[in-house]
Ligand binder design. Structure first.
Ligand SMILES: Cc1ncc(COP(=O)(O)O)c(C=O)c1O
Length: 349
């Protein structure tokens, strides 16, 4: 099936591409500034675009200088979260998740934290915000530990009307091809910290600073983490299209809510962006990949499960018990009635 992208948005995209050709800037131009401005409005946070979600995470860990410190990461995430912290020199300590929201458990964070813990990473798994985010943020503040949010799944999600990235020092979004707001490749750091914003703009450009045409290199370990003008132009259009994508997903989720009682149940104030729709203990006739399963778990990939006697009972349970009925934009059966979908997915009238 083709990835849907309606004619009206193609036309908008082509007109922005024309503007890029007319401007003669294929990088570091007006589209990047416009995408960052629009994303800042969307998230209500400062936004700096980078080449992908992994480099967005890496930049946060570099800035926080996690080298030789411990960073607590949920084992139930994509390995990118761990690799980014490792590349910045951190020692990874894995934590378990909750069964209710699939996100890192505060109870396990409390067991893993010590005087060498520099940061805790919350990954908002599946499209909603971690249910314990307020309590985790408070715990981190009280213990002077940085909170980092991995927002790769959480476009369109809000909790208490705040977008992902509001609780931590910074958040990292991914625009990989399968995400709710896909650009093929791309990432965005969101933060309230203006010094970090200034640092990022140098970091993503080989440590180069340009003021009134005068070039200097104040940073020695920057690299090329830039986003091109063409990707940024698609970002502008996709952000405009995001409400339509979310309406479509929420329309399907409303039907699924009537079919599946054993599922993730959101607390008051939570709006999921439905990167995935997550159910437990159903046998499904149509499904997409699980959010994550045992072979994706950081401790399983690192092999630390064999070296130490670590146990992550809730992550193991999630891996075994959850499934995801399709909720990707354009799924061919989405317009069917609830009864038809029930029959299609679980074979019951
Ligand atoms: C939870 C999580 N974090 C980070 C990433 C990395 O993003 P990217 O592929 O844009 O580098 C992904 C997936 O792509 C992800 O699922």
């Amino acid at each position: 099936m083709l990835i849907p992208f309606e004619e009206e948005y193609k036309k908008k995209y082509y007109s922005l591409i024309d503007q890029i050709f007319d401007s003669n800037f294929w990088s570091d131009g007006k589209m990047l500034a416009l995408f960052e401005e629009k994303f800042s409005e969307y998230a209500n946070l400062n936004s700096v675009a980078l080449s992908n979600g992994g480099t967005a995470l890496l930049s946060i860990f570099h800035y926080l200088n996690v080298k030789n410190y411990e960073v607590i990461i949920p084992t139930n995430t994509f390995y990118a979260t761990s690799v980014a912290a490792k590349m910045a020199g951190a020692d990874i300590v894995y934590a378990d998740c909750n069964r209710g929201d699939l996100c890192i458990s505060l109870e396990d964070i409390k067991k893993k934290v010590n005087s060498n813990t520099k940061a805790v990473v919350v990954v908002h798994i599946g499209g909603h915000i971690a249910f314990e985010i307020e309590e985790i943020a408070l715990f981190c503040r009280q213990n002077k530990i940085y909170l980092v949010e991995d927002c790769a799944h959480s476009h369109g999600a809000t909790f208490l009307k705040k977008a992902a990235g509001h609780w931590g020092f910074a958040g990292a979004y991914s625009f990989y091809a399968t995400k709710t707001l896909p650009l093929g490749e791309g990432g965005m750091v969101v933060t309230k910290d203006q010094d970090f914003v200034d640092w990022l703009k140098i970091y993503r450009n080989y440590g180069k600073k340009i003021v009134n045409g005068k070039v200097s290199y104040p940073m020695k370990d920057g690299f090329n983490y830039r986003m091109s003008e063409f990707t940024a132009a698609l970002g502008v259009v996709q952000l405009e299209r995001l409400p339509k994508i979310l309406d479509w997903k929420r329309m399907l989720a409303d039907k699924y809510d009537k079919i599946f009682s054993n599922r993730v149940h959101f607390p008051p104030g939570m709006e999921s962006g439905f990167y995935k729709y997550i159910v437990f203990d159903y046998s499904l006739k149509h499904e997409t990949g699980k959010v994550f399963s045992y072979s994706d778990f950081g401790h399983a990939i690192d092999g630390t499960d064999k070296q130490k006697s670590v146990s992550f009972p809730n992550s193991d349970w999630i891996s075994e018990h959850h499934k995801c009925p399709p909720i990707y934009l354009g799924w061919e059966h989405a317009e069917k009635t609830t009864d038809e979908l029930r029959y299609l997915l679980i074979g019951k009238q």
